[in-house]
Design a binder for this molecule. Structure first.
Ligand SMILES: Cc1cc2nc3c(=O)[nH]c(=O)nc-3n(C[C@H](O)[C@H](O)[C@H](O)COP(=O)(O)OP(=O)(O)OC[C@H]3O[C@@H](n4cnc5c(N)ncnc54)[C@H](O)[C@@H]3O)c2cc1C
Length: 349
């Protein structure tokens, strides 16, 4: 007898919690378009439930912001609103002003969830915003089972942890882009764009905003596809022995139209810049094809590539751990295998 009221109470609480789901996505944009990882965040938000409304928050300055807002408004039918914060304060991805912006937008919109992709942008802003909102963020989510039940990897991806969020709103998540495949733009683009509303910034709390200052951003200009979104990734390890030898890996990537990746050992040895590092402390990739040359397969490296669809490994040690995750393995010397591949592969058209 005593359990019935309790059950009723629980049911009432859960329906009211789930009925009013409203999600805010912290959007990243560049050159007038949303970045691919924001589309992954939209895909993730769609797992929260069909009744959930999804708003995208874009901030920055200049004409490209307006273009990106137009793109955001028509990128997917699930978007119910685009919020635009126009200010020079948001031209650069500094955590202090952006976290205050999230705090302000949450105060106005009372969202049940705030989602960002777990790239360097989201990782920089979300924890600070969560502290301002006095909630615990859940990072690196790879599965949304229920609106408050998530799966995230721990111990460098060697175990998966199921987390139930029991805190107050907003439930803040960073999602691993590779786990929420991008929604096809052509198939899903909508004819009626979502409304674009400007955020009233007059009440933003400016305290501490100027604690950090943007100096410069250094990026490697490259014709190759972006490592995080490439369909094919060719990775080299310490075994390449020098930056000069690493060029073989780059040539192979060129022929395959692939992105180049590297282990931390290769990066630390100075063969390639650290933005090419794949792994726990580098980029997380899940391409259709991942080819690893002279990579031992340390757990920290596997953490960044084990979700790749097909893994090919070339290593001269038959017991190298990389072979445990490889779909195709070749025990051999990369200094023989790569030149042979380069010779036999047709030039990229
Ligand atoms: C906190 C922490 C975070 C880390 N984060 C990362 C990370 O994000 N990414 C990452 O990659 N690492 C990371 N590491 C480092 C990681 O533990 C390994 O040290 C690193 O991945 C090893 O790189 P490697 O496979 O190139 O080198 P090694 O482990 O030295 O392996 C070289 C391999 O090449 C093979 N080989 C040698 N010569 C040839 C040849 N001629 N032909 C074919 N095969 C050959 C060898 O058999 C060997 O298996 C991290 C470590 C720590 C502690």
């Amino acid at each position: 007898m005593a359990t019935i009221p309790m059950l009723r109470a629980y049911k009432r609480r859960s329906t009211s919690t789930f009925r009013y789901l409203s999600t805010l996505i912290l959007a990243e944009h560049e050159g007038g378009s949303l970045k691919a990882q924001t589309l992954n965040a939209i895909a993730a938000a769609n797992y929260l439930g069909k009744e959930s409304s999804i708003s995208l928050l874009l901030a920055g300055s200049g004409p490209s912001l307006q273009e990106a807002a137009a793109h955001a408004a028509s990128c997917h039918p699930s978007i119910s609103k685009v919020l635009l914060a126009k200010s020079d304060k948001f031209t650069y991805p500094l955590a202090e002003p952006w976290a205050k912006l999230l705090q302000l937008v949450q105060k106005i919109g009372s969202y049940s969830h705030i989602i960002s992709a777990s790239g360097s942008f989201g990782k920089n802003i979300l924890p600070r915003a969560a502290a301002l909102l006095d909630v615990s963020p859940i990072s690196d989510v790879i599965k949304i089972s229920e609106p408050h039940l998530f799966v995230r990897p721990i111990y460098a991806g060697n175990a998966l942890c199921t987390v139930r969020y029991v805190g107050s709103n907003p439930c803040m998540l960073s999602i691993r882009s590779t786990s929420f495949p991008m929604i096809s733009m052509a198939a899903d683009s909508k004819s009626n764009p979502a409304p674009i509303d400007e955020v009233d910034l007059s009440t933003i709390d400016e305290d501490g905003i100027s604690k950090s200052r943007y100096i410069q951003q250094t990026t490697q200009e490259s014709e190759r596809p972006d490592l995080g979104n490439a369909r094919v990734v060719i990775t080299g390890g310490r075994a390449l022995k020098s930056a000069e030898n690493f060029k073989m890996v780059e040539q192979l990537a060129e022929k395959l139209g692939a992105a180049v990746g590297a282990t931390r050992a290769a990066v630390d040895a100075g063969y390639v810049p650290n933005e090419l590092q794949v792994g726990q402390t580098g980029k997380i990739v899940a391409p259709e094809l991942y080819m690893a040359f002279g990579v031992s397969g340390a757990i920290q490296h596997l953490a960044g590539m084990r979700d790749s669809k097909v893994i090919v490994a070339v290593n001269k040690d038959a017991d190298a751990p990389i072979f445990q995750v490889a779909d195709y393995g070749l025990v051999g010397d990369l200094f023989e295998v790569i030149p042979e591949l380069l010779e036999k592969m047709p030039e990229k058209k």
